[in-house]
Ligand binder design. Structure first.
Ligand code: ATP
Length: 137
């Protein structure tokens, strides 16, 4: 069974959409195997998104991701990585398909409600960023 890592981003928490998004996730067949509410510092957000360090939006992204609490989760399902990215839709909500999480709830490319890992390998690295082995059940 494949796993992916998601983060319900600070805009999701601020808009009180945690429950609505988890409802869509569970209805789509994902099992929540780990979950917590936490707040990234600028340093930890910068580390999490280090692959984007050279991108022009990096500063804005780090600022946003550390602007309030977020809810990271490990999700399990067959084909979890690809199916989760289908469920959330394109990075830019204006480009996202109807019915996707970002189309329904996101305001912009920057504030786009959720993160989803782009590969099973990165999912494992990202899961280790937030969760210890005892927290994964
Ligand atoms: P994520 O990694 O969060 O699942 P993604 O894979 O859809 O998103 P990436 O291109 O990896 O998109 O970008 C990572 C994150 O950086 C995006 O989710 C978004 O929050 C932010 N981002 C991407 N492009 C822009 C942009 N042009 N302006 C502002 N923020 C952006």
């Amino acid at each position: 069974m494949e796993r992916t890592l998601t983060i319900l981003k600070p805009d999701c928490v601020r808009k009180q959409l945690i429950g609505a998004v988890i409802d869509k996730i569970e209805r789509a067949g994902f099992r929540v195997v780990a979950m917590k509410k936490t707040r990234l510092t600028q340093a930890t957000a910068g580390e999490f998104y280090a692959v984007h360090r050279e991108r022009p939006f990096y500063g804005e992204l780090v600022e946003f991701m550390s602007s309030g609490p977020c809810v990271p989760m490990i999700l399990e399902k067959e084909n979890a990585v690809a199916d989760f990215r289908t469920l959330i839709g394109a990075t830019d909500p204006a480009q996202a398909d109807e019915g996707t999480v970002r189309k329904l709830y996101a305001d912009s490319k920057g504030e786009n409600i959720v993160h989803g890992s782009d590969s099973a390998e990165n999912a494992a690295v990202e899961a280790g960023f937030f969760f210890s082995a005892e927290e994964v059940v």
